[in-house]
Design a protein around this ligand. Structure first.
Ligand SMILES: [Zn+2]
Length: 367
């Protein structure tokens, strides 16, 4: 006998089973004849023999050429369910491989993430001089999730505002006519622009603080950015004195976020307002009272929008445009947004771009 009829008809299961049963019955009868009576107790009915999972316990006395086909048939019947299970396992394995591959690719792509994407406040926290650190700040880590707008706090100081109509009232710079009567006060210009900047930023869902010149909130003030808005003197210098000035605290490092904020304000201001940039920073700008009060991690700059004599027309008629320019400058810093963000940041890092008059280094050799 051969096993060919059984093994070569895998698709016709019922025929195969009945043929097997007949075949097994024949084999059992043949085995009973061949096996001595003492070994007969190992053999049970043909129905039970079919249900036996393995054929390992087959009596060695039976001829191998006859026993071999039986074992093959039994294995096929028993092993079929595990084959279905391995199909499900293969699907799960595929899913696992896809997930692992995705994780690997995502990890590799992290190398190409722009570092400028990080929160500027965190970057400054890592760049601050050690003596300025109160403690524990060094453990700050950049967050992968971008801070929502309503958690971004921006402070706007409306220059010289807040003392009210008291005896100590400080209107800032003042313009007079030929009869020494006041024609224009700096505080009015500052407030007109500041309120518009605040409205612009609030419309973008930022948390904005409108601050007075000597606002008590300035003590240890914490924000993503602080901009103090001013206009420059109305003094007649005998020549045309024009231009805007943006200044940070002298106490802050020349490579930190204060410089980045300053350059963002300056570049966007220049792009929107037809005024030249001036670098005539005064002591009141670089050593402003606000810089001594605010938290060391709060970047702060003071903006002198223009001179109240030569640039008077812009300062009195272009409040919306002035506010727009300042808003764009703040967004440049806060969101790393706009055409000047990278330029401002590169300036913040090199320092050479910032003050062109100092860009030519004094040659040390040849002395
Ligand atoms: Zn002022």
């Amino acid at each position: 006998m051969t096993d060919e009829p059984v093994s070569e008809q895998p698709n016709n299961e019922e025929d195969e089973q009945s043929a097997s049963a007949i075949f097994i019955e024949l084999m059992r009868q043949a085995a009973e004849k061949a096996v001595p009576k003492s070994a007969k107790s190992h053999h049970v009915g043909s129905a039970e023999a079919l249900a036996t999972p393995e054929g390992e316990a087959e009596p060695s006395l039976a001829p191998i050429s006859e026993e071999h086909p039986i074992r093959r048939v039994r294995r096929r019947l028993v092993l079929r369910p595990p084959q279905r299970a391995s199909m499900a396992g293969g699907f799960l394995g595929t899913v696992f491989v896809v997930m692992v591959s995705t994780a690997l690719v995502a990890t590799l792509l992290m190398f190409f993430v722009n570092p400028e994407y990080l929160n500027p406040a965190v970057v400054q926290g890592l760049q601050l001089d050690r003596e300025e650190l109160v403690g524990g700040i060094e453990s700050a880590r950049p967050t992968a999730v971008q801070t929502p707008q309503w958690l971004r706090r921006i402070g706007i100081i409306s220059g010289h505002r807040g003392l009210g109509r008291t005896l100590n009232r400080d209107p800032g710079a003042v313009c007079y006519d030929e009869f020494k009567r006041v024609t224009l006060e700096e505080e009015t210009i500052n407030f007109a622009v500041s309120t518009r900047v605040v409205a612009n930023l609030e419309a973008l869902n930022f948390a904005v603080d409108m601050l007075d010149e000597f606002d008590p909130r300035l003590v240890d003030y914490r924000a993503d950015a602080l901009v103090s808005i001013h206009a420059n003197s109305c003094i007649d210098y005998g020549e045309v004195v024009s231009g805007y000035i943006v200044s940070k605290s002298d106490a802050r490092p020349d490579t930190g976020n204060d410089v980045f904020l300053r350059e963002c304000i300056a570049l966007n201001y220049a792009a929107n307002i037809p005024l030249e940039r001036s670098y005539n920073e005064t002591e009141d700008m670089v050593n402003n009272h606000a810089w001594r009060k605010i938290h060391p991690l709060t970047p702060g700059v003071i903006l002198e929008m223009g001179f109240m004599l030569a640039d008077q027309e812009i300062l009195t008629t272009q409040h919306d445009l002035l506010a727009h320019a300042i808003t764009m400058g703040i967004l440049c810093y806060i969101e790393n947004a706009g055409p000047y963000a990278s330029l401002a940041r590169s300036g913040a890092k090199s320092g050479d771009y910032l003050v062109p008059i100092l860009a030519t280094p004094t040659p040390i050799f040849g002395r």
